[in-house]
Design a protein around this ligand. Structure first.
Ligand code: NAD
Length: 271
């Protein structure tokens, strides 16, 4: 069901790799709600991905950008304003990658070149995106910037590895940049802390199947899907959440506030 919540709003969506991506589902939902946008991803992901099909479906233009590269980002931001005919109302940062996770390197044995690369892609890139938007004065007043995160920033999930540290940094950027964006531009900046979701990035985490099933059993409402996340993101892009900023918003079916569930107790109870 569509409510026209984003009619007339313009933005940029980072990170749609394939139809499982949270950014992909979000782009479809934003389109349904009347928003127009530019799709972007790293040039290498474009070659592998199916982003053209999404662009066609949502009447979006594609502008490649490596989110770690300021020249790419400044080009993306200025070109997007030109393509969309004005300043932006929403931006989704849906980007994550850890080389240590990819290569199965344990947290106690990190290769720091890989750690630095993963931090740049997953965490610092959010600061870079915000800085490019800020310095190019690219956001309309009451605009909304959202990045995606995971609860391993607050609690330990051993196999999440250095991504936990990257997410802690990302969430801090939302608070710190949110202050300046709020004061100077009346723009909100938030992170959504999403349930485990079966995407390329999600399934790359060791033990993902056990992990997602456990979360499902622990969450009173069940895990939030990528589609649910798209809905929530639309609400944060809409005018209905204008005073929500500098927050890390849990979107996890109640997982983060559940100590134990009956299903998990039953698993460990001998009859
Ligand atoms: N899947 C989960 O379980 C889960 C849970 C919570 C949060 N998240 C977060 O959601 C976000 C989206 O991930 P997803 O699960 O949809 O997976 P995904 O693999 O579909 O998306 C990750 C995206 O990051 C892009 N990317 C990587 N390096 C980049 C670069 N240098 N420049 C620009 N883009 C780059 C990839 O091309 C890809 O499109 C990530 O921040 C992820 O950490 C995922």
């Amino acid at each position: 069901m569509a409510y026209n919540l984003l009619q007339g709003k313009k933005g940029i969506i980072f990170g749609a790799l394939d139809e499982h991506s949270i950014a992909w589902k979000t782009a479809e939902r934003v389109h349904e709600e009347g928003g127009t946008f530019v799709l972007t991803n790293a040039p290498i992901a474009m070659r592998m991905g199916q982003i053209n099909a999404l662009a066609e479906k949502t009447s979006a233009q594609i502008i490649p950008a490596d989110a770690t590269n300021m020249d790419d980002l400044n080009n993306l931001v200025t070109q997007s304003m030109e393509a969309l005919g004005g300043k932006l109302d929403f931006v989704l940062h849906s980007i994550g990658m850890s080389v240590n996770v990819r290569k199965g390197r344990h947290y106690t044995d990190e290769k720091y070149d890989w750690t630095t690369k993963g931090w740049d892609v997953s965490a610092l890139s959010f600061h870079k995106v915000c800085q490019s938007l800020f310095q190019n004065d690219a956001m309309n007043e009451w605009g909304s910037i959202v990045a995606l995160t995971y609860m391993a920033a607050q609690r330990t999930f051993p196999d999440y590895n250095d991504m936990a540290d990257n997410k802690a940094y990302l969430e801090s950027v939302a608070r710190s940049f949110g202050y300046f964006f709020g004061k100077e531009k009346k723009v909100r900046v938030n992170t959504i802390s999403q349930s485990p979701t079966p995407t390329t990035a999600g399934k790359g985490v060791k033990g993902f199947d056990g992990f997602i099933t456990y979360a499902e059993k622990m969450s009173p409402l069940g895990n939030a899907t990528a589609q649910d996340c798209a809905d929530y993101t639309v609400s944060l892009f809409s005018d209905l959440t204008k005073k929500v900023t500098m927050q890390n918003l849990f979107h996890d079916g109640g997982f983060s506030n559940t100590g134990v569930s009956q299903e998990v107790i039953d698993e460990f109870t001998e009859d």
